[in-house]
Design a protein around this ligand. Sequence first.
Ligand code: DX5
Ligand code: ZN
Length: 216
Amino acid sequence: MNKLAPSILAADFNILGEQIRQVSEAGANYLHIDVMDGVFVPSISFGFPLIESIRKETDIFFDCHLMITDPDRYLLNFAKAGADNITVHIEACKDPVETIKNIKSLGLKSGITLCPETPLKDIECVLDMVDMVLVMSVHPGFGGQAFLTSTFEKIENLKKMIDERGLNTDIEVDGGINLKNLRLVLDSGANVIVSGSSIFNGDILNNIREFKKIMK
Ligand code: DX5
Ligand code: ZN
């Protein structure tokens, strides 16, 4: 099943609770939560207090994308704050197999992600362990960037790797997805769609409706 995961990085934090309610009611499947540490990526976004706070108000699946160095240090904190899924960067893990085991042992879904310049072979070591692979279609760190077209081939190749292994792994894509390129992203093999600016800029309800029409 296709799933839509609005990224709250593009939300208006002044009315964050209200916007989360809007996207949930409009039929978003996941809430994509981008955590940045100012080290793995240049920017700093938000951390546990924000996640704990919004967890009190919604049951929607929290899809946490950790753009942080050595994420093992904080997995328990994210679990306690209310994460349903933790996705870590292959480039940020000392021992990716161990990190994925640790996420699973907390009873959470696990994901691995890779930067645009990182080859798919780098994630093979954890491919049969994770629930989801997140393919970055922009350089992580900021919302509102243009989708890198080299991502289409990467998604297709990942889909082949997953099918050849007889796995049922979700393919999530993140960065620069809009109503114009969404169909191509889905056709390449993705089934979980992250979008920040194209959902939160303008009329949120209408944006979600338009995304969902294409994702049916
Ligand atoms: C980038 C983040 C993305 C970003 C997506 O580092 O991981 O989730 O917020 O935003 P848009 O859709 O605006 O590219
Ligand atoms: Zn993200």
